[in-house]
Design a protein around this ligand. Structure first.
Ligand SMILES: Nc1ncnc2c1ncn2[C@@H]1O[C@H](COP(=O)(O)OP(=O)(O)O)[C@@H](O)[C@H]1O
Ligand SMILES: [Mg+2]
Length: 338
């Protein structure tokens, strides 16, 4: 099967808080083609992990539909869900906490295969090969999780995820806890594995600097809603939403002399009590009157590039007047191309 792997429409996810509820993800659409890598970015608290939890069927959804790999994913339950779960695998931020501390890592990686019905001996061999592929030589495979570094534990998590032959790999801040040089190593490994195996990624991160390395397209999430989406190239070169522009301004060489460099000020509001109108308006450096009263529509600015902002005009005038063309740091581009 080719074409679309994942189609999510109108996904909303609530958490119960006290006697009320909080909508952490509000009417989100996600499209993912086979073999593509889609990033979801946004500050902490924007709802990224909640989207992952809903996709992985670990959190109940309040609304929406999910079609995944030809299955009506949101409706699967019980035994059929357990049988199909392997199709979507997860690499968390802190793989250490998802590994049993009492097991040698090779056993941790072997076990899901045995549970799925593979003979023990074959499962061990496959686990060992995969661990070697991600950079863990046999002596390291006999260690316990606490005897490995953070980067090595992330490698274990990647090996375990890939052994189930997933159609989709969701990485949630999978390199965020690592120092910068280790981040690059793990990102390179993910990029290689994707090319080698035709993997599809949903790559969740708060770090916009990772985008050119890891993703083809990006969704920018703010307080549970998509404020901009598009090809990474387009979004980095012509960010439309003031929030995206703010995130970009944190990059070292963004917005050279003469450009607008306005980092996002303040704190993300409580989703239990979202601002009226555009949810970003209290923090927006270019907000006008209607931003505090009218919820902006999503405006298409180019093919597969859109933003939800009153100041963005549609296709015939592709750049936001408040947004001069930005320049992505050349160091980022070079690395992304190499
Ligand atoms: N179990 C929970 N109960 C109540 N609120 C939660 C729970 N988990 C997350 N939230 C809230 O939902 C919002 C989105 O959280 P999350 O999806 O973790 O964001 P992100 O991954 O982008 O940091 C936040 O306001 C967070 O406080
Ligand atoms: Mg998170």
């Amino acid at each position: 099967m080719s074409g679309r792997l994942l189609e999510v429409r109108g996904l909303s996810v609530d958490y119960r808080v006290g006697r009320g509820r909080l909508r952490a993800v509000d009417e989100v659409d996600v499209d993912l083609r086979r073999g593509e890598s889609l990033a979801v970015i946004g500050e902490s608290g924007s709802g990224k992990s909640t989207i992952a939890g809903a996709l992985l069927r670990l959190l109940p959804i309040a609304n929406g539909t999910m079609t995944f790999d030809g299955l009506d994913w949101a409706s699967l339950r019980g035994a059929p869900l357990r049988r199909e779960r392997h199709r979507m695998q997860f690499v968390p931020q802190d793989a250490g906490s998802s590994l049993d501390p009492r097991w040698r890592v090779r056993e941790s990686v072997t076990e899901p295969l045995v549970v799925a019905g593979t003979a023990t001996r074959e499962a061990r061999e496959r686990a060992s090969e995969m661990l070697e592929r991600v950079g863990l030589e046999p002596p390291l495979q006999e260690r316990f999780p606490h005897q490995l570094s953070g980067g090595q534990r992330q490698r274990v998590a990647i090996a375990r995820a890939l052994l189930s032959d997933p159609r989709l790999v969701i990485c949630d801040e999978a390199v965020s806890a690592l120092d910068v040089s280790l981040q690059a190593e793990i990102v390179n490994l993910l990029v290689e594995l994707r090319a080698e195996r035709g993997l599809t990624y949903l790559f969740i991160t708060h770090d916009i600097a990772l985008l050119p390395y890891i993703a083809d397209r990006v969704i920018v999430l703010y307080l549970g809603r998509i404020v901009e989406f598009g090809a990474v190239r387009d979004v980095l070169d012509h960010p439309q939403h003031p929030y995206t522009q703010g995130l970009l301004s944190s990059l070292p060489d963004a917005f050279p002399a003469g450009g607008v460099n306005k980092p996002v000020r303040g704190e993300i509001p409580d989703p239990a009590n979202p601002p009226f109108g555009c949810r970003f308006h209290p923090r927006c450096p270019v907000a006008v009157d209607k931003c505090s009263s009218i919820d902006p529509n999503t405006v298409v600015v180019a093919s597969d590039h859109a933003a939800a902002c009153h100041l963005v005009s549609s296709t015939d005038e592709p750049t936001n007047p408040a947004a001069p063309r930005t320049s992505v740091p050349s160091s980022l581009l070079r690395k992304a191309r190499s």
